[in-house]
Design a protein around this ligand. Structure first.
Ligand code: UT7
Length: 323
């Protein structure tokens, strides 16, 4: 059976770090409130002129180097973002051009914080169907550009960054002992738009708009939605909270992550947490966290990794793979 395996992973964070203390000097908030309610201690913010596709290119280059591959080996780029450089063309084609790739296809996927799970799912389908051989799956965001810096309820939560994996075709037996993506589960429900949205866009206001969120409402739905799709991933593969090696969740809020892990019975030692250093980087958060845990030696070849995300739309989803 044709599978898609993760050949390499990479990430990139803008140089500038903004601490909670710095934000507390600019708005009515405190390090204590932000840490207690979210687990966030700092976030990275892109420099002026540093765009989403620039972050994506750096993450992609790191993932290619880790895989020992050249850009010309790639025949598909799927880039998840809610903050593209332009209304069009896609950020994916910007990355394609910057990497010097002129064959294959590149396109963006819009699923906000669930974007990486969506993009991985799409790329896995393209590879396992036989249409493509090697894909760059990228999550890249500059949420700092769509934040209302006067709104303390959202401005303290998000950061900028990018992460990428190289997916490549491989042969497996067709069971849960295979290496590569073993299952993916995507969900959405557009009735929840008003709880988390951006109040602008090309066909409404003609502006990029600002992020608006009813945080408490999102929080209320998050744990249930996350655990539903994880139960689906366990049912599809036979893996369980006990038998997975690592849980790399979307990094929105440490309280949501802890509550989800507890509800599912996943031991906290298996949970990769980067929200303290990165904040919520939307579609970039999972590949950023995955890269950290691979490069520091925690996640090793052969380990079974569970990922999940939930965000604007609402969209949510999970994937389970053997690295
Ligand atoms: O990745 C996409 C998905 N997004 C999420 O998963 C986010 C989900 N939601 C959350 O993570 C949490 O709801 C937040 C972190 C956004 C907020 O935490 P909360 O415990 O739900 O707080 P709250 O909104 O109920 O606000 C509690 C209090 C309020 O004051 P009152 O009304 O109790 O007097 C807020 O005005 O905290 C106040 N507050 C702040 N205080 C200091 C809100 N933001 C801040 C702030 N600093 N930055």
């Amino acid at each position: 059976m044709r599978r898609s395996r993760i050949a390499g992973v990479g990430s990139y964070l803008p140089a500038r770090i903004v601490t909670n203390a710095e934000l507390a000097g600019r708005m009515d908030t405190s390090d204590e409130w932000i840490r207690q309610r979210t687990g966030i201690g700092q976030r990275h913010i892109a420099a002026e002129g540093e765009t989403t596709s620039m972050l994506g290119v750096k993450a992609a280059e790191a993932a290619l180097a880790h895989a020992g591959l050249k850009a010309s080996d790639i025949d598909l780029i799927v880039l998840a973002t809610a903050t593209p450089d332009y209304t069009f063309p896609s950020a994916a084609t910007q990355v394609q051009a910057a990497l010097g790739i002129t064959h294959g296809a590149a396109f963006d996927v819009a699923a906000v914080c669930s974007g990486f799970v969506y993009a991985l799912t799409v790329a896995d389908k393209f590879i396992t169907s036989g249409s493509n051989t090697r894909a760059l799956v990228i999550g890249a965001e500059t949420f700092s550009r769509i934040l209302d810096w006067e709104d303390r309820t959202t401005a303290v939560l998000f950061g900028d960054g990018a992460g990428a994996v190289v997916l490549e075709a491989s042969e497996g037996k067709g069971d849960a002992s295979d290496t590569g993506v073993l299952t993916t589960h995507l969900r959405s429900d557009g009735r929840h738009r008003a709880k988390l949205y951006v109040d602008g866009g090309p066909s409404t206001t003609g502006t990029a708009g600002h992020l608006r969120m009813e945080g408490r409402e999102v929080f209320k739905h998050a744990v249930g939605m996350i655990t539903d799709v994880i139960v689906d991933a366990f049912a599809a593969t036979g893996y369980s909270a006990e038998t997975i090696d690592w849980f790399v969740p979307h990094q929105a809020n440490q309280r949501i992550i802890t509550a989800s892990a507890e509800k599912l019975g996943i031991a906290m030692e298996k949970v990769v947490l980067t929200v303290d250093r990165h904040g919520n980087t939307s579609a970039a958060s999972i590949p950023l966290a995955f890269d950290v845990a691979v490069k520091d030696g925690r996640i090793a070849r052969g380990d079974v990794v569970l990922i999940e995300a939930m965000g604007g739309g609402f969209t949510w989803g999970s994937a389970l793979f053997r690295y």
